[in-house]
Design a protein around this ligand. Structure first.
Ligand SMILES: *Cc1c(COP(=O)(O)O)cnc(C)c1O
Length: 232
């Protein structure tokens, strides 16, 4: 079972603790050291808090809402910004410029729009396809059976670079169930690579299930609460 420890009260200690948890999980599950990147999920967190995290060395930040993300990116610039919220088609123009990554593509329409709207002067936008593992109609994400077709279409878009898969599995405290869901995402990625893709990214694992995600091959964990404390 994963080791549970109490959450420290200050940001630098929490960041250190999360990094230790990641490093220990890499060791325990025979993952190469530093093969898992920490993406700080900063929705609802202020510019000052994000700036403080950056001063402690955190570079990767994930945002869910454009109206919230835009002022943060404008003020804090020199960090790596990942869009991790649902992508609305009418917001793609605003997403396509400031972000380096989008984790949550689940249909061709938004991929085509992001591709068309990515500035020609920018590097290709790194993208992951979000998979609806639990098949809940309330959840976004492409269904696993539709993944190969979507991956092929997205991979053909010149201003996007298809990097991998992302999922938000149903929450459970059962470690084996957590692992099972993440293993399914990994198998989906391996299947796409057998079809000729060269995907290197599994964006999976949050505060409550990052160890299970690392055990199953996560390369980016998206952590909010364990880094910043509980959300109001
Ligand atoms: C908020 C959020 C996270 C982080 O969740 P925590 O449980 O606070 O770690 C990760 N991924 C997405 C898509 C989120 O919206």
């Amino acid at each position: 079972m994963p080791h549970q420890s109490r959450m420290p009260t200050d940001l630098s200690a929490r960041l250190r603790q999360v990094k230790n948890t990641i490093a220990r999980a890499e060791q325990r599950y025979k993952r190469p050291a530093e093969s898992v990147s920490l993406l700080a999920a900063s929705k609802g967190r202020s510019v000052d808090v994000i700036r403080a995290a950056a001063q402690y060395g955190q570079r990767l930040f994930g945002e869910n809402y454009m109206q919230e993300a835009e002022p943060k990116i404008a003020l804090l610039g020199d960090l790596q910004w990942h869009y991790i919220g649902p992508v609305q088609a009418n917001k793609t123009g605003r997403i396509a410029r400031p972000f380096e990554w989008v984790h949550s593509i689940d249909r061709l329409k938004v991929a085509r729009r992001l591709d068309a709207q990515r500035p020609a002067s920018s590097a290709p936008l790194n993208v992951c396809l979000q998979v609806n593992l639990s098949r809940e109609s309330s959840k976004s994400g492409v269904l696993p059976e539709n993944l190969p077709a979507l991956a092929e279409q997205v991979a053909s878009l010149a201003s996007l670079r298809l990097r991998g898969l992302m999922a938000l599995p149903a929450l459970t405290v059962d470690f084996d169930q957590q692992r099972h869901a993440f293993a399914t995402l990994r198998l989906n990625l391996e299947d796409l690579n057998r079809r000729g893709h060269r995907l290197d990214t599994l964006s999976m694992g949050m505060s409550a299930d990052l160890e299970a995600a690392i055990a199953e091959g996560a390369t980016i964990v998206r952590i909010g609460t364990a880094v910043f404390g509980r959300r109001n």
